[in-house]
Design a protein around this ligand. Structure first.
Ligand code: M6R
Length: 593
């Protein structure tokens, strides 16, 4: 995780670093820091989000070379000492780091033997000292970088200032993203384009093992063979990475309320003139494969559960769905001709990058479904499909989930050339809009009733069960209430032991095939004292149900009514006074395994 910014030659480096780090808070926000050259290396850092940095940084900074960092702790708890930038023993070099050094222990032993001691618990402090050690040995930063690269295991995006090189930022990258922003009389670097987009729309994306430097007039990059390369310039769109709250109090609320637009946009991007618009080769590969594997983490894994069931039901293709971090270390490839679908909103999730490397090595064809053009994962797969959901800033994923499921449904439709799926998806837009218009108050009322409970249960069957899993994850993520999701039929096989007087049980009933079984499950928990809230579709509803929504095809629950689950988590978190968009211990982009 962690977010990085750097600049040379920019007019107001303080402002760039502070605003830039704020943009990157989604990558971590437990501590933050800035380092710059001004008669030696100066460092200001502390626990807390980048906002707090403004209080400790001098109002005027005289420098043209600055680096900054917002952290999600891996090695060492959130503390001032463990915050970045880290500075070398002789104060020659300071750097910021995104990633995890896997051979940190060996490096520490090596440096200790050379007489180094350390002020922090981080792997990053080891890297900066290793670099300084070889800089002293070679008297050349490029040679030192090549040597350090040959030693480091793990993932790293490093941006480096050196006292001996004013007006220059060095960098080295593997596994974690790093993007250079090309300016006129200045150059920038950051973990993604958002901090730089107000200054330039021209970017250079670094590949793994690339290293190099920028000064105000030059960008010089060397590849894995240490040969200088001319990287292509990529153009990025301001709109797509806008951080404008558009009048909403929180990004999460804004993003929930964008779901209808996201679905419309997806349909119009992937279905035009009565035809699905997907790469013919992708559809051919999907049709020819005898087994489709889905990989994802968290919310994206929940979307893969829906996708897998859709492909089984609609396309009659056998599928398996795996949590990426589980599959990565014990990979299996069912079938004779497997095809892999990786799902990742950010496209930067380390667990999936691990999977992608395994898949690539086995030369298995693959598709990435992502919301992030040009992301790391897209560089290793055969095909990429964009969600076009617009940047999702709240740590709790909402619109991206609905988009992932909608896109998987479109893909299932495209395989069968079945236009009905498009019509069904279009139909969900009205349901979503109605929820926005009429159900926020009643959902806030449920939130009020459940907010002080320690435990909550969600129940559903089939597609409603998949949605229950997502509803439960969302609630625990931002309200810190322990919650469980179970298939209605599984309850009596164990978890019913936990049902007690007053325990909130939230039930989704939108599937005509399982509706009556779910009603029986409700009776089972009610008779043990549970306080049941039923969310049902009009045709399956009974008058006492808590929320009744317009009818829609039951296989689209995660598109049509996921906003109910999201609003519920949102209002509980809000009523408990928590930071809705930045829950503790989490980060938006999970770039460590
Ligand atoms: O970027 P990804 O879709 O790969 O992220 C996967 C999970 O980390 C993510 O969905 C996480 O579970 C969210 N915080 C859920 O709201």
């Amino acid at each position: 995780m962690c977010g990085i910014v750097g600049a040379v030659g920019i007019n107001n480096p303080r402002d760039y670093a502070l605003k830039g780090l704020k943009m990157l808070e989604y990558r971590g926000y437990d501590s933050a820091g800035v380092g710059f050259l001004d008669q030696g290396i100066k460092i200001y850092k502390d626990v807390g989000s980048p906002e707090h940095l403004g209080d400790i940084l001098p109002t005027e900074i005289k420098t043209d070379t600055i680096i900054g960092h917002t952290r999600w702790a891996t090695h060492g708890m959130p503390s001032k000492e463990n915050s970045h930038p880290h500075i070398s023993a002789q104060r020659k070099i300071a750097l910021v780091h995104n990633g995890v050094i896997e051979n940190a222990h060996d490096i520490k032993v090596f440096l200790k033997e050379k007489g180094y001691s350390f002020y922090s618990k981080t792997d990053t402090e080891l890297v900066v000292n290793l670099l300084e050690y070889y800089y002293f040995e070679y008297k050349d930063m490029i040679q030192a970088l090549i040597k350090v690269r040959s030693i480091l295991d793990g993932s790293y995006a490093l941006v480096i200032v050196s006292e001996d090189h004013p007006g220059t930022l060095f960098m080295l990258k593997k596994g974690s993203p790093l993007l250079i922003g090309k300016g006129n009389g200045f150059n920038l670097v950051a973990s993604d384009a958002s901090p730089m987009i107000n200054f330039t729309n021209e970017f250079v994306d670094l590949d793994d093992y690339d290293f190099g430097y920028i000064n105000k007039d030059e960008i010089r990059i060397f590849d894995k063979d240490s040969k200088e390369v001319n990287k292509p310039i990529i153009h990025k769109d301001v709109e797509l990475i806008s951080h404008d709250l558009k009048g909403y109090p929180h990004y999460m609320l804004k993003e929930i309320e964008e779901i209808d637009e996201v679905v419309k946009r997806l349909v119009s991007n992937y279905y035009q003139d009565n035809k699905y618009i997907f790469d013919d080769n992708l559809i051919k590969d999907l049709k020819e494969s005898d087994h489709i594997m889905f990989l994802g983490c968290g919310t994206s894994y929940h979307a893969s559960l829906v996708g897998g069931r859709l492909f089984e039901n609609i396309n009659n293709i056998s599928t398996s769905k795996y949590i990426a971090s589980e599959w990565a270390f014990h990979p299996t490839f069912p079938g004779q001709k497997p095809f892999v679908i990786l799902i990742s909103q950010s496209g930067e999730t380390a667990d999936l990058i691990h999977c992608m490397n395994v898949i690539k090595e086995k030369k298995i064809r693959s598709l990435l479904i992502t919301n992030t053009p040009g992301c790391t994962l897209s560089k290793g797969v055969t095909y990429t499909l964009q969600l076009y959901a617009g940047v999702e800033i709240s740590v709790a994923s909402t619109k991206a989930y609905a988009a992932q499921v909608a896109l998987l449904a479109l893909l299932a439709g495209a395989i069968n050339k079945d236009p009905k799926i498009v019509e069904d998806l279009k139909g969900t837009v009205k349901v979503i809009e109605n929820i926005q218009k009429t159900l926020k108050e009643p959902i806030a009322q449920i939130a009020e009733e459940i907010k002080d409970n320690e435990h909550v249960f969600f129940l559903g069957r089939s597609f409603d069960y998949f949605l229950s899993l997502e509803a439960s994850l969302k609630l625990k993520e931002i309200s810190y209430i322990h919650s469980e999701a179970y298939p209605g039929g599984e309850l009596k096989h164990g978890p019913i032991a936990l049902i007690k007087e007053g325990l909130p049980v939230i039930v989704f009933i939108t599937d005509p095939i399982t509706a009556s079984s779910m009603r029986s499950n409700i009776e089972e928990v009610k008779s043990r004292g549970a306080k049941v809230y039923v969310i049902s579709t009009k045709d399956l509803a009974i008058p006492k149900d808590t929320l009744i929504v317009e009818n829609y095809p039951y296989y689209l629950s995660s598109v049509a009514i996921s906003s109910i689950a999201f609003y519920l988590a949102y209002y509980v978190s809000l009523k408990k006074g928590y930071n809705v968009d930045k829950p503790h211990n989490l980060a938006k982009s999970v770039t460590v395994e």
